[in-house]
Ligand binder design. Structure first.
Ligand code: ADP
Length: 181
């Protein structure tokens, strides 16, 4: 399999890419987390981020009082190489008739707006909602790429946006979409 980064968009010579890897290892300004509404710890990418960041992250999350689906809140990155973490709660897939697509688009939009307002230069997203929350990867990847491209077209920050796929199937779905569009 070809695991090279694929281009989402290019602006001012900066490539916005999709790649395979572990988001907790990236030394970017912000990594995005996909926790549940309590923000009090879970499995998947949330578990990995909390393990890598250390217990101070959970302490800060406890003070945030949860987060509604589609919204986002920012904390420090603690022991992560990333300086900050934006926690955004993706929708649970319930067949597609419960506003899931709108809510997922809201996650990406809210994170990018928050990054813009906070002067953040580089952001890495996981594939939000496509793990335990069962959002179909193909639909989710279209939404992610559409919202990221629209934001990059209209705003100066973040300068760099990555989507980090943890498994080959997710990466291949993104790569196929990016070859078509
Ligand atoms: P959700 O509940 O939003 O579906 P999950 O954490 O279950 O969140 O899954 C979201 C995506 O994050 C899945 O594609 C999963 O494989 C991926 N993931 C899990 N661990 C990591 C990691 N360390 N880095 C990047 N992506 C990860």
């Amino acid at each position: 399999m070809d695991l090279r980064p694929h281009l989402i968009a290019e602006r001012h010579g900066v490539r916005h890419e999709i790649l395979v890897g572990d988001i907790t290892k990236l030394a970017v300004d912000v990594i995005v987390n996909a926790p549940n509404t309590s923000l009090l710890g879970g499995g998947g990418v949330d578990g990995a981020i909390h393990r890598a960041a250390g217990p101070e992250l959970l302490e800060e999350c406890r003070r945030l009082g949860g987060c509604p689906t589609g919204s986002a809140k920012m904390t420090k990155g603690y022991r992560l190489p990333a300086k900050w973490v934006i926690h955004t709660v993706g929708p649970v897939w319930r067949g597609g008739t419960h506003g899931e697509e709108r809510l997922l688009a809201g996650c990406y939009r809210t994170c990018l707006d928050l990054a813009l307002r906070s002067g953040i230069r580089s952001v890495a997203f996981p594939s939000i909602s496509t793990g335990a929350y069962r959002f179909p990867v193909e639909r989710a990847s279209r939404i992610a790429v559409e919202v990221i491209r629209a934001h990059l077209d209209q705003n100066p920050l973040p300068e760099s946006v990555l989507v980090v796929c943890f498994d080959a199937a997710t990466y291949e779905t993104y790569a196929r979409l990016l070859q078509e569009t």
